[in-house]
Design a protein around this ligand. Structure first.
Ligand SMILES: *Cc1c(COP(=O)(O)O)cnc(C)c1O
Length: 235
């Protein structure tokens, strides 16, 4: 589904003002929250329009789809965040073209990204995706294994461990959603107490980014609230 520039500008203004209100209510500055515009299933023109409105951070789930848009905007025109499941045979384009990976959950993948990250340029920023609920089909490292993975990833020189990411199960009520976000914040605090230099919480999507900000989100990943519903064939 395509969105007009007028609607996009209005949606962006609404999302930004809600982010600011949620941040202020939590005693935080709105600049402490980075809005990542999730552009999966959106065409390059929509990404260009979003960039022209001042958005600088874009989230994509599929490397091939992302590359077309990264090329369309031009190298260096935006910061690209990989937020989808990383397949081991698709690590190279991610290591080459993205500034961040939010969805790291396995050491084998981390090692490949570390090897493939180009030496010119900065390390790849990574968040570890944590599975907070017992959902067999969902991605993420179990909380009990988080510390070990964090230690191993932090030792990789071409990656920079920045924090944690989660996707709470759908259909939770507000208190349950908030509980998940709080739990992720506590896990981050645990890593800090163990000596890790981490400060990012990538949590909150269109339906729940205000709750996530109340619990300390530093990066919210918002698609539908900016661009409208995606075609049914994509998740
Ligand atoms: C698609 C997606 C989003 C954005 O979801 P919306 O509900 O459209 O805001 C955020 N995070 C991840 C990991 C996604 O896959």
């Amino acid at each position: 589904m395509l969105i007009g520039p007028q609607n996009l500008a209005e949606n962006l203004a609404r999302v930004r003002s809600r982010i600011a209100a949620a941040a202020h209510a939590a005693g935080r500055h709105e600049d402490s929250v980075t809005l990542i515009a999730v552009t999966k299933a959106q065409p390059p023109d929509t990404v260009r329009a979003a960039r022209a409105l001042g958005l600088e951070d874009f989230g994509e789930n599929y490397p091939q789809e992302a590359l077309a848009k990264i090329e369309a905007l031009g190298t260096g025109a935006a910061r690209w965040h990989f937020i989808g499941q990383v397949q081991s045979n698709k690590t190279r384009p991610i290591a080459t073209h993205f500034a961040w990976v939010h969805s790291l959950e396995r050491l084998a993948i981390a090692r490949r990204l570390n090897e493939q990250r180009p030496f010119h340029g900065p390390p790849l920023n990574v968040c570890l995706q944590v599975k907070l609920a017992d959902e067999p089909a969902k991605a993420g490292v179990a909380p009990e294994e988080l510390q070990q993975l964090a230690d191993a990833v932090a030792a990789l020189p071409r990656l920079k461990l920045r924090g944690l990411m989660c996707i709470p199960p759908a259909l939770l009520d507000e208190a349950q959603q908030r509980g998940h976000f709080r739990r992720l914040r506590e896990l981050l605090e645990g890593l800090r107490a163990a000596g890790h230099d981490v400060d990012c919480l990538s949590m909150g999507m269109s339906a729940d980014y205000e709750l996530a900000i109340a619990e300390g989100a530093t990066h919210v990943r918002v698609g539908t609230a900016l661009f409208g519903p995606r075609p049914a064939s994509t998740q």
